[in-house]
Ligand binder design. Structure first.
Ligand SMILES: Cc1cc2nc3c(=O)[nH]c(=O)nc-3n(C[C@H](O)[C@H](O)[C@H](O)COP(=O)(O)OP(=O)(O)OC[C@H]3O[C@@H](n4cnc5c(N)ncnc54)[C@H](O)[C@@H]3O)c2cc1C
Length: 144
């Protein structure tokens, strides 16, 4: 099925979100295509936000290990990775919630397609692939 929009934006990171909102503000019909199942892009989901939390955990570990040199006696710190990973996921969730990007896009009338990969068939035509469906099971090797 072919659908027509004035503007198709690929990627719902900060750049794509800003472009889509601005185009909608100027009166264009806009589709925003994102292969992940959430908006926000690298920064919120896998870049700035999670790395800040991980970097803080690493800094704390280093400081605690160095405490003895300053006359502070502490026992050897241990990393509880599952607690750290939970904290990272919570931080990402909080930032996603506070930015409310999906809400803003929908209120602006942008048609957001999540779990969808854009592949260009020519310079002007993206073809959309639905990534929400599970991939077909691998075919078993032919019997000899
Ligand atoms: C580990 C790490 C830490 C970082 N820390 C900082 C920091 O502290 N401060 C800072 O300012 N910047 C930081 N950055 C950089 C920041 O994340 C990027 O500058 C920012 O995300 C770029 O925004 P963008 O919208 O251009 O791209 P992105 O945020 O990468 O968004 C691109 C989106 O496009 C989607 N996409 C790509 N191809 C397709 C396709 N064919 N079809 C559908 N969707 C597609 C992707 O899934 C993604 O969601 C960090 C980056 C990383 C990796």
């Amino acid at each position: 099925m072919t659908e027509r929009f004035d503007v198709a934006v690929v990627g719902a990171g900060p750049a794509g979100i800003a472009a889509a909102l601005r185009a909608a503000e100027l009166g264009a019909s806009v589709v925003l295509i994102e292969r992940a199942d959430h908006v926000g892009g690298t920064c919120v989901n896998t870049g700035c936000v999670p790395t800040r939390a991980l970097a803080k955990a690493a800094r704390l570990m280093r400081e605690i290990r160095a405490a003895g040199a300053y006359g502070i006696r502490v026992s050897d710190p241990e990393l509880d990775w599952s607690a750290t990973a939970t904290l990272v996921r919570e931080r990402v969730g909080l930032v996603r919630e506070s930015k409310a990007d999906l809400d803003r896009l929908e209120k602006a009338g942008v048609d957001v397609r999540l779990s969808t990969t854009a592949e260009f068939t020519d310079a002007d035509t993206p073809r959309l692939r639905d990534d929400s469906a599970p991939p077909p099971p691998p075919r078993s090797p032919p019997r000899r």
